[in-house]
Ligand binder design. Structure first.
Ligand code: SAM
Length: 229
C-alpha cells in the first residue's frame, strides 16, 4: 500500500535527498507460531478480529531500541490530526506510527505501549495505512528543504490559521474570466496586501471558526469587526 505514495514526487525526492527516512515494518514478522498469527477473536465475543498485544509490543520494541520516542496509534478514537499536530510531529527526529486493522488493537497496547493516539477525521477506515500516509505526507512537507521554497509552507492554508488566498496562472484571460489586475501590477507590496485581505475574507466566508485563533493584527481584527457592525 505504501509504495505508490512514497515512490512519487515530493516524498520520493525527500527520501532520495536524505531529508527523511521512512521505514515500513510488517507486523507479521513478529507474528506468533509458524503461521505468524497477529490477530485473534475478541474476548467476550462479537464480530471481527483484534490485533494481539504480543506481536505489536515485539515490533515496536525492536524498532525503539530503548530510546524514548513517540509511539502513535492511528485510531478513530484519537485526537484530531491537523496542521498544528503535523508541526508538532515534525519537531521530533523520530516517531513510530502503528496501523490498526480489523476491529483495532488489544486495549493493553493503547494503555502500555502507545504514547499518543491520532485520528485523521470522524469516520472509520478499514485500516490505519491510509491514515499513516496522510500523517507522513503532511509532516514530511513541513521539513526544511523538502519543498522548493519554505515560504510556500508558511502561506499554505492552516499554517497561520487562515485559508490561503486565491491562486492564478496563465492565461491572463480565460474565457473572459480575468486575473485580478493587482496580480499583474508587479507591485509586491500591493500584491501582498491583496493576498492577505483575500485570505482573511476567504476564511471568514468558508471557515469562520478558524478566525478566532488566527494570527491577525489589531487593524485586521478591527476590519473584521466593522464588517459585522
Ligand atoms: N473498531 C474500531 C473503533 O470503532 O474505534 C475501528 C477499527 S478500524 C475498522 C481499523 C483500523 O483503521 C483502526 O485500528 C485504525 O488504525 C484505522 N483507522 C480507522 N479509522 C481511522 C481514523 N479516522 N483515523 C486514524 N486511523 C483510523
Amino acid at each position: 500500500m505504501f509504495s505508490g505514495p512514497f515512490d512519487e514526487s515530493i516524498i520520493k525526492r525527500a527520501i532520495d535527498n536524505g531529508l527523511v527516512e521512512i521505514a515500513i515494518h510488517n507486523l507479521r514478522d513478529h507474528g506468533l507460531g509458524k503461521h505468524r498469527v497477529v490477530d485473534d477473536y475478541p474476548h467476550g465475543g462479537g464480530a471481527g478480529m483484534v490485533l494481539m498485544a504480543e506481536p505489536l509490543f515485539a515490533a515496536v520494541e525492536a524498532i525503539k531500541n530503548d530510546s524514548e520516542i513517540p509511539v502513535i496509534l492511528l485510531t478513530p478514537q484519537g485526537r484530531l490530526f491537523n496542521q498544528q499536530v503535523a508541526e508538532e510531529l515534525a519537531s521530533h527526529s523520530r516517531f513510530v506510527l502503528i496501523c490498526g486493522h480489523y476491529e483495532g488493537v488489544d486495549e493493553r497496547v493503547r494503555e502500555h505501549l502507545v504514547t499518543d493516539e491520532i485520528s485523521i477525521g470522524d469516520y472509520v477506515l478499514t485500516g490505519g495505512e491510509l491514515a499513516a500516509m496522510v500523517v507522513i505526507d503532511t509532516v514530511v512537507r513541513q521539513l526544511p528543504g523538502v519543498l522548493g521554497s519554505d515560504e510556500s509552507v508558511k502561506e499554505d492554508s492552516h499554517s497561520n490559521g487562515l485559508l490561503e488566498y486565491p491562486q492564478y496562472t496563465r492565461p491572463q484571460d480565460f474565457r473572459g474570466w480575468e486575473v485580478p489586475p493587482v496580480l499583474l501590477s508587479g507591485h509586491h507590496a500591493e500584491i501582498a496586501k491583496w493576498r492577505r485581505e483575500q485570505a482573511i475574507l476567504r476564511t471568514l466566508k468558508r471557515r469562520p471558526d478558524l478566525l478566532e485563533k488566527a494570527e491577525l493584527t489589531n487593524k485586521e481584527r478591527q476590519m473584521l469587526e466593522k464588517m459585522f457592525e
